[in-house]
Ligand binder design. Structure first.
Ligand SMILES: Nc1ncnc2c1ncn2[C@@H]1O[C@H](COP(=O)(O)OP(=O)(O)OP(=O)(O)O)[C@@H](O)[C@H]1O
Ligand SMILES: [Mg+2]
Length: 327
């Protein structure tokens, strides 16, 4: 088997906290193959954005990546690259759409110039050629009438169009990996579906792999090839979309799936996972989910479950799975 495009192994991230270092991401391992879409799913605060920022080496200070973890991208160890080498990868080989998209565009520069800047940062090409590329990119991401949109300011565009501009910017250098952090959260349902369709098309057309971060399993259903589920700083289940949707093994994944809004359930209260996500520094002993798990039994508060394969492509960290008990 050829090595994956991105391989994260044993990644831990900590911030200084009460009584030492407080981990917010704990021994996370995941991989993304060339061209595939991996969805990283979990409730707010579980460490999704920190994981993505670590891949770009953009963890805000005083946070830090703990020694021992590895991030391999295109066969290179990102954690040992020099700052200029990392800068050359960021934006060129790896594109990123950050969370809170509505604040990521500069309000006083036209959107065309902003995408041009993204190109000129990495490619030494004549302005006319860069302008041509922006038009092409606008076409690629489905911005109608690119010429007039080029000279528009962000406030003149709808939320959906602004998101398309940000995607164009992230795709400007034809990256091999696009990290999209909650790219549809701020959008209404129709626009959300269009943006997801765009991401799917882009990946198919350009061969760019996507690491898609979301708290919404509905999004997973629409675009992911594979899924990694995160809870309290850890990956608790990983598998293909079909495996996770049809046969989720971790009670947390099962809970997330039950909370997808279904058309026929509209107006009914969704079955949610009881309780709240524990904060970093306050993670329960044993299995971190045991305080909210409807199936918790004797070992759960005591022993940390180990990653247990249930198929060659599917694994979960749960004592029930370890003991082959069907919840
Ligand atoms: N600057 C910081 N200092 C200390 N802790 C932080 C800092 N930034 C984030 N955290 C903590 O790190 C944890 C993980 O945050 P992260 O942003 O990765 O979560 P997330 O899964 O992306 O959540 P969301 O769905 O809300 O975006 C959170 O508990 C958060 O409180
Ligand atoms: Mg986040």
């Amino acid at each position: 088997m050829s090595s994956p495009l991105l391989a994260v192994e044993g990644l831990s991230i900590s911030f200084p906290g009460e009584g030492g270092h407080m981990r917010v991401v704990d021994r996370v391992s995941l991989s993304v193959a060339a061209g595939e879409t991996l969805a990283l799913v979990g409730e707010s605060g579980c460490g999704k954005s920190m994981t993505a920022l670590a891949i770009m080496r953009l963890i805000p200070k005083p946070g830090r990546i703990e020694p021992g973890g590895r991030i391999q991208f295109e066969g290179r160890d990102l954690l040992s690259l020099s700052v200029p080498d990392m800068r050359a990868i960021r934006g060129a080989r790896i594109g990123m759409i950050f969370q809170e998209p509505m604040t990521s565009l500069n309000p006083v520069t036209t959107v065309g110039d902003q995408v041009m800047e993204a190109i000129e940062l990495h490619a030494d090409i004549p302005r006319e050629e860069a302008r041509g590329r922006v038009m092409e990119l606008f076409g690629l991401v489905g911005i109608p009438d690119p010429k007039s949109r080029f000279v528009a300011y962000p406030h003149q565009l709808s939320g959906g169009l602004k998101q398309r501009v940000l995607i164009a910017m992230a795709m400007a250098m034809r990256p091999r990996l696009l990290i999209a952090d909650e790219p549809t959260t701020a959008l209404d349902a129709t626009i959300r579906a269009q943006i997801l369709e765009l991401l799917r098309d882009l990946s198919a057309k350009t061969g760019t792999a996507v690491l898609l971060i979301t708290h919404d399993f509905g999004v997973v259903n629409e675009v992911a090839d594979r899924v990694a589920v995160m809870y309290a700083g850890q990956i608790v289940e990983q598998g293909t979309r079909v495996e996770l949707l049809s046969r989720p093994r971790h009670p947390y994944t099962q809970g997330l799936l039950r909370s997808i809004p279904k058309a026929e359930a509209r107006g009914h209260r969704l079955e949610e996972i009881k309780g709240t996500v524990p904060r970093p520094g306050h993670w329960p002993s044993g299995c971190r989910f045991h305080t909210r798990c409807p199936f918790a039994f004797a070992p759960c508060p005591i022993e940390e479950p180990v990653r247990t394969p249930v198929s060659p492509t599917h694994a979960a960290c749960c004592h029930l799975v370890e003991r082959e008990v069907q919840p």
